[in-house]
Design a protein around this ligand. Structure first.
Ligand SMILES: [Zn+2]
Length: 463
């Protein structure tokens, strides 16, 4: 079998994937910030990560998957608008600015997120880890960084000194000066623009922050990046296999995760960094402020099956921008319905089509070339030589990766009387009684079915 190759953002090339230890893969995916619904651009990343996980399983690896839920207000805003997500949400929902309202809100949107991914046939992680449950671990990790000399304290917080880390910014492949500063909040006492906050003190403008904890640096709350570092290393170990997220995480969030991990452990923390490209609409990245915020529910309300959105995603490689349009969703839905209808006609799975399976999995293992794999699916549909039961067997295998619900498509039962007519026709043909055979065929057709002759016999389909 073709070996699995993945594009590693860290090395900027495709590399053969090998787990650190045995057959188990430590897999961490950055989860949602739960103060609003996810938009379909966010969901694109989770579809990519789901496909990658399925491909790992297909390659006989056991995947240990951890995903965080950001339920702490971090004073980190969307890249494209200036307001803190937490404050914006409380205001929007007309809630009291206190920890209780915030946790309730987080629970509500975490539930909505889980419903969304379920509809998209995305499997849940082995463990969801909530930031608010791991503040102790974050403090411990910050202390390790402090002990190793990577931090400095100011009047408003504790910072990571990026000038102390020789190769800071290696993930983004950028020099320190060109990297964006880690936070929009004005932190006047930073030594270097790329320095980022590990712990924010509840003083000054953050005096009334609604979620605070005690720490060696005073009462306050953690910076955003430390949560993923603390939770990934707690559950997957100090050195683990794959860390995923959207490409927007490369220059700041993941760059700073690496800094904190290596600052604490003084060794490499993650082997593969894999990133999914953006969904764009009218050439703009989807986001609240861009005014093109579409949720999965919007698609459902317009009559689209969530799996049609999944299909649309599979048509574009995860490292390429996906341009969203209503025409494209419409076309994806039509294609998917056609595929379902075709599969519904196939007989019970048997044998499989080895040649097609080989090229399919070759494409899949080549850095998840799913668009190519989808093309192979349609080639197999169109193949006139192979019987339906063999195609069905292969499609069930393919669907372990595609996740398009092909395993749930129900074949409509062909009535016994029709099968008998078809068998009689088969016999008439064998006896060269062509007129009789033709009459039997017509009888079948008037009852709403058609007979297709194949190499191995015949197939009956609904007209
Ligand atoms: Zn993260």
């Amino acid at each position: 079998m073709e070996k699995l190759k993945l594009y590693n953002t860290l090395s900027r090339k495709k590399e053969e994937f090998k787990p650190i230890k045995g057959k188990t893969v430590g897999y961490y995916t950055c989860g949602p910030t739960v103060y609003d619904y996810a938009h379909i651009g966010n969901l694109r990343t989770y579809i990519f990560e789901d496909v990658l996980k399925r491909v790992l399983v297909y390659n006989d690896y056991k995947v240990k998957h951890i995903e965080n839920i950001t339920d702490v207000g971090h004073l980190v805003s969307d890249a494209d608008d200036g307001e803190d997500k937490m404050m914006r949400a409380l205001k929007r929902e007309g809630l009291k600015p206190d920890a209780k309202s915030l946790l309730k809100l987080a629970q509500q949107y975490a539930k909505a997120f889980k419903e969304d991914i379920k509809k998209l046939n995305i499997s849940e992680p082995d463990k969801w880890t909530k930031a608010t449950d791991h503040v102790k671990e974050m403090i411990k990790l910050i202390k390790q960084n402090e002990k190793n000399g990577y931090t400095y304290e100011t009047k408003d917080g504790l910072y990571f000194d990026t000038s102390k880390l020789k190769d800071y910014g290696k993930l983004a492949g950028l020099s320190k000066v060109s990297l964006k500063a880690g936070s929009r909040v004005s932190m006047g006492d930073k030594k270097n623009p790329t320095d980022f906050v590990l712990w924010i003190k509840a003083v000054g403008e953050n005096k009334d922050h609604v979620m605070v904890w005690d720490s060696p640096w005073g009462r306050g709350f953690p910076g955003w990046h430390i949560e993923c570092s603390a939770m990934s290393m707690k559950y997957l170990g100090e050195h683990f296999d794959i860390h995923c997220g959207g490409i927007d995480h490369i220059p700041v969030h993941h760059t700073n995760e690496i800094a904190q991990n290596e600052g604490a452990t003084k060794k490499k923390s993650v082997n593969f960094w894999c990133h999914g490209e953006f969904l764009v609409m009218d050439k703009k990245r989807m986001g609240k402020s861009a005014g093109n915020f579409i949720t999965l529910q919007t698609l459902i309300d317009k009559g689209y099956n969530p799996l049609a959105y999944r299909y649309l995603n599979l048509q574009t490689h995860y490292r390429q921008k996906l341009s969203f349009s209503w025409e494209a969703v419409e076309a994806a839905q039509n294609a998917l319905e056609k595929l379902w209808a075709t599969v519904a006609e196939y007989d019970k799975p048997k044998v499989g089509c080895a040649e097609y399976e080989e090229v399919f999995f070759k494409a899949v293992n080549d850095d998840l070339n799913i668009p190519k794999a989808l093309g192979i699916v349609w080639d197999l549909v169109k193949d006139k030589e192979l019987p339906g039961h063999a195609k069905m067997q292969s499609f069930l295998k393919f669907d372990k990766i595609l996740g398009l619900g092909l395993d749930k498509v129900k074949k409509e039962k062909i009535p016994e009387s029709i099968i008998k007519l078809a068998k009689d026709r088969e016999k008439a043909r064998a006896d060269k009684a062509w007129d009789k055979a033709d009459k039997l065929r017509q009888q079948v057709e008037t009852k709403g079915y058609i007979i297709e002759d194949t190499k191995t016999g015949f197939e009956i389909k609904k007209r």
